[in-house]
Write a protein that binds this ligand. Structure first.
Ligand SMILES: Nc1ncnc2c1ncn2[C@@H]1O[C@H](COP(=O)(O)OP(=O)(O)OP(=O)(O)O)[C@@H](O)[C@H]1O
Ligand SMILES: [Mg+2]
Length: 348
């Protein structure tokens, strides 16, 4: 939540990052509302902190609220506080983040996730600089600079009726777009050096350096997870190579591991991804595999899957792989028997 003032390091010399920095310098000293846009992991929060650090509020609180991580029914009270007894469990009055951030800056991350009801309330805060705690009768004046961020296309959400247009314009007084890492590859060596130096400061005597070809490899990679992914990669390489140099091989084997992780979830990248369908497919694969390993013995397969035999039977029936009128208590679960030898379709 609230942080002590700390030095913000916004690394990047690419022209697009220079533009970002120039905007921060320009807008920082004002009280203007800023909307920070960019893919996940590009450094939106770093930019928000840099704006705060460049403002006359720098010594005052910077409070970050992740609107996507707090359940909708709690977010209002998290933001604006509540009076005692205003809802079940509200045994004491509590300040919200806006009160904590008073005289400072509030950072509303993932602002697109805010419910329509809360969007109206935020709009009112931006217009009137007043908040009303949940269950409270009177409004309170707050002096808070608002910075919001999203990795969504807010304009498109407005068109689809999922985000209020008036709030969008209120937030987007100054938009700042943080470019993805693949569009500013010349910043990769700067970031790698920065993260390695930070690691080396923590472990004097076990410093890590990096070979030129290893650096070239890092620069050629796509970094779908942007700076966050690069930071994690350097952290991992730094641990694996303590007291030595990071080689091309180290980078490549790390990359293979990362790719294996991605390949185990390839469907996530597919348009029209459907969670329920994916879960069902996975369940089907597990059932098929359990039946294969137990040579079609449903009793043993159910045990392997940690479900009752009747549960497995009803799932098989749903898949059309068990006769609808077979009573699962009667179906043959004899050793090595099961469907395979019964003439029923086998599960593939
Ligand atoms: N330009 C940068 N210089 C130094 N560190 C950076 C930079 N950009 C990002 N980082 C680091 O990368 C990580 C991710 O940054 P940040 O949390 O600001 O990204 P984000 O855009 O808010 O991501 P998300 O959309 O997932 O919330 C952080 O640990 C941050 O310190
Ligand atoms: Mg963030």
């Amino acid at each position: 939540m609230q942080d002590l003032p700390r030095k913000v390091e916004l690394i990047g010399e690419h022209p697009r990052m220079q533009r970002v920095k120039a905007l921060i310098d320009r807008v920082g000293p004002t009280d203007a509302t800023v909307l920070v846009l960019g893919e996940s992991g590009t450094g939106k929060e770093v930019v928000a902190r840099a704006i705060h650090a460049a403002s006359p509020r720098a010594e005052k609180p910077f409070v970050a609220v992740n609107c996507g991580a707090i359940p909708a029914e709690l977010l209002e009270s998290e933001m604006f506080g509540h009076e005692r007894g205003s809802f079940t469990g509200a045994v004491e009055a509590r300040e919200g983040m806006f009160q904590v951030a008073n005289t400072g800056t509030i950072f509303l991350d993932e602002v697109a996730e805010m419910s329509p009801a809360l969007q109206v309330k935020l709009l009112r805060v931006l217009q009137d600089k007043e908040i009303r705690p949940v269950g409270g009768r009177r409004s309170q004046h707050v002096d808070v600079r608002v910075i919001a961020a999203t990795n969504k296309d807010l304009g498109e959400l407005v068109t689809r009726g999922l985000f209020r247009e008036d709030l969008y314009y209120r937030l987007e007084v100054v938009p700042i777009e943080v470019p993805p890492l693949r569009d500013r590859r010349t910043d990769i060596p700067l970031l790698v050096t920065h993260f390695l130096r930070r690691k080396n400061l923590k472990r004097p005597g076990a410093e890590v350096a990096i070979d030129g070809d290893a650096m070239d490899e890092l620069c050629s990679m796509d970094w779908a997870g942007n700076v966050r992914e690069l930071e994690n990669t350097i952290e991992r390489l730094g641990i694996l190579c303590e007291g030595a140099r990071v080689t091309l091989d180290d980078v490549r084997s790390g990359r293979r591991t990362a790719r294996r992780h991605e390949e185990s979830l390839p469907f996530l990248a597919v348009e029209g991804f459907d969670l329920a369908q994916a879960v069902e497919d996975f369940e089907n694969r597990l059932i098929t595999e359990a039946l294969r390993r137990t040579k079609g013995n449903k009793q043993a397969a159910a045990r392997m899957l940690g479900v009752k035999r009747t549960t497995l039977a009803s799932k098989l029936r749903r898949r059309g792989e068990l006769d609808p009128d077979v009573d699962e208590n009667e179906d043959d679960d004899g050793e090595g028997g099961g469907e395979t030898g019964s003439g029923r379709p086998t599960l593939q």
